[in-house]
Design a protein around this ligand. Structure first.
Ligand SMILES: NC(=O)c1ccc[n+]([C@@H]2O[C@H](COP(=O)([O-])OP(=O)(O)OC[C@H]3O[C@@H](n4cnc5c(N)ncnc54)[C@H](O)[C@@H]3O)[C@@H](O)[C@H]2O)c1
Length: 254
């Protein structure tokens, strides 16, 4: 087993399931101690048990990324438990899709709060430990929707915003040994894409089939596809890669 993350501590938001869970599994399998927060209590405790049964060192806590105090408390506990926070992955996310004329103010605010304010909160809480340690890897989960997607005026705005956030933090934090990058997934099979299928009234299998016709490599993505890209940015050796957005979508995006 390789151990490129031996001695590293990773903190992933919204990692009880889906892409976040895949990221935890990949980083832990390569030696990282892992920490995560989520608002889904049942999924959080189930995933914590599952990961511990695999022999990984795990910290987890029910916390909402939109609430700074909750994020700060969790990061402080991670620091006290494991001694550092080296890798932050801003992954927590929700969708509230609708065409503009039907989109409520709450749908707009919820998306901005979870994706943008949530990432701001976690980056702000964690940066002090990274600056002190002169090492850090911050990876923000954007989306191909940042390039525009029907029914996602709120989500595409937030995901494009995260790319600006990424580049700005890369400029501000580079001098402290901290790199900041974004991974922008295409269609990944998770509960989130299942929710999309349900909303548009088709089966998940039909949504996958329709999506595959537009993906050059001829398949949809899995959480492990995103975890692999996150691990590249998190690697010690990626210290000269910062402020980048990597589309992981089975084909080119721009
Ligand atoms: N699935 C895709 O095709 C896809 C594509 C592009 C980007 N993404 C992004 O990837 C990330 C993960 O998505 P996923 O597909 O695994 O979805 P998911 O719904 O399976 O997982 C999201 C997790 O975030 C948690 N969460 C939601 N709000 C939270 C909050 N306020 N505080 C803490 N945790 C919260 C949820 O409880 C859930 O466990 C999201 O940012 C999403 O926007 C997903």
């Amino acid at each position: 087993m390789t151990s490129r993350f031996e001695g590293r501590v990773a903190f992933v938001t919204g990692a009880s399931r889906g892409i976040g869970k895949g990221i935890l599994e990949q980083l832990a399998s390569e030696g990282a101690k892992i920490a995560f927060i989520d608002i889904n209590e049942d999924a959080l405790s189930q995933t914590t048990t599952e990961l511990r049964e695999k022999g990984y060192e795990v910290y987890s806590k029910v916390a909402d990324v939109t609430k700074y105090e909750e994020v700060e408390t969790a990061t402080k506990e991670v620091y006290e438990t494991f001694g550092s926070i080296d890798i932050l992955v801003n992954n927590a996310g929700v969708i509230r899709d609708n065409l503009l004329f039907k989109m409520s103010e709450l749908d707009w605010d919820t998306i901005m709060n979870v994706h943008l304010k949530g990432s701001f909160n976690a980056a702000k809480a964690v940066q002090k430990y990274m600056v002190e340690n002169k090492f850090g890897r911050i990876i923000n989960i954007s989306s191909t929707s940042a390039l525009g997607n029907r029914g996602q005026a709120n989500y595409s705005t937030a995901k494009a915003g995260l790319q600006g956030f990424t580049k700005t933090l890369a400029i501000e934090l580079g001098r402290f040994g901290i790199t900041v990058n974004a991974v922008a997934p295409g269609f990944i099979e998770t509960e989130m894409t299942k929710e999309t299928a349900a909303r548009i009234g088709i089966s998940f299998e039909d949504l996958i089939e329709a999506s595959v016709t537009m993906i050059p490599v001829g398949r949809t993505g899995k959480p492990s596809d995103i975890a692999n890209a996150v691990a590249f940015f998190a690697d010690d050796k990626s210290s000269f890669v910062s402020g980048q957005v990597l589309y992981v979508a089975g084909g080119p995006k721009d």
